[in-house]
Design a protein around this ligand. Structure first.
Ligand SMILES: [Zn+2]
Length: 274
């Protein structure tokens, strides 16, 4: 009867992966997805990527110098839900190998110096607590001081609820820093919204870009669609809160596929700075 078939689940882990788009769900060759920077070769679905990977695919090789890594999370409120917040932080750090949900620093895109920042959805859902707020603010301040363009990639569930009001204060802090940045036309701010960008991040620095780009299919909003649907008791239109829906309504300026993002950013920067 020939060789026995190996079932898909017996494949060596890591060789194949299932596309996470519900509309696609196809088994795809992991290497092909990685070559396309985390985009499904079958349907174009954009997988979430880490902040470190974002820096790697956006900036020139070896140009990135991180900033604010000495600012580390603390459980100031001694918050406990199912387990103490302090323990959860330690677990998230161990799991991800990252110190917090924001990676910021200076780097170059095709030889153009920029300040770069990215949120990391893998760390507490990319939520903004004191450290994310402080690191994003340091990035903005560096752009102000050195008259550099600022590029921030958002990917966030919103405010870090375990830090209560202290996390909400980061909305005002980051927004005030961006307001200072906007006084200098030599420092354009490009905000890139990736899946998902929600809550306090959407309601602060992510929505304040001079130019707002988004990745295809990204969920972007303040409250999530389920909350709105339940509150309003009405059906929401097709594609509600997706990047394409928001482009039509003027909330974002352009949708840029991940494989074209670096080229597009370089083009915009050249246009703004020359
Ligand atoms: Zn797919």
């Amino acid at each position: 009867m020939g060789l026995p078939f190996r079932k898909k689940k017996d494949m060596p882990s890591g060789l194949w992966m299932k596309c996470r788009s519900a509309a696609c769900g196809k088994m795809v060759y992991r290497k092909q997805v990685e070559e396309r920077l985390g985009v499904c070769p079958e349907c174009g679905f954009h997988e979430k990527i880490s902040a470190a990977r974002r820096a790697e695919i956006t900036l020139d090789p070896d140009s990135f110098k991180p900033l604010g890594e000495e600012v580390l999370p603390k459980d100031v409120l001694e918050f406990i839900d199912r387990e103490p917040y302090g323990q959860k932080i330690a677990q998230a750090q161990k799991k991800t190998g990252r110190s917090e949900a924001a990676l910021v620093g200076a780097g170059e895109i095709k030889g153009i110096r920029v300040v770069f920042g990215s949120l990391d959805f893998g760390f507490f859902g990319g939520s903004m607590g004191q450290v994310v707020g402080e690191r994003v603010t340091s990035a903005v301040e560096k752009a102000v001081e050195e008259e550099l363009p600022l590029i921030l990639f958002s990917s966030s569930g919103g405010a870090r609820m375990q830090e209560g009001a202290l996390s909400l204060m980061q909305m005002a802090k980051t927004s005030a820093a961006i307001a200072r940045l906007k006084r200098n036309p030599l420092s354009p701010y490009i905000s890139v919204l990736t899946d998902p960008t929600t809550g306090g991040v959407t309601a602060s620095f992510a929505a304040l870009g001079d130019l707002i780009l988004a990745e295809p299919g990204a969920l972007i909003g303040f409250a999530g669609p389920r909350v709105i649907q339940t509150t309003l008791r009405t059906d929401l239109p097709e594609g509600f809160q997706r990047a394409e829906f928001l482009l039509d309504r003027g909330f974002i300026d352009r949708i840029v596929p991940r494989t074209e993002m670096r080229d597009e950013l370089a083009r915009i920067l050249e246009y703004c700075l020359n």
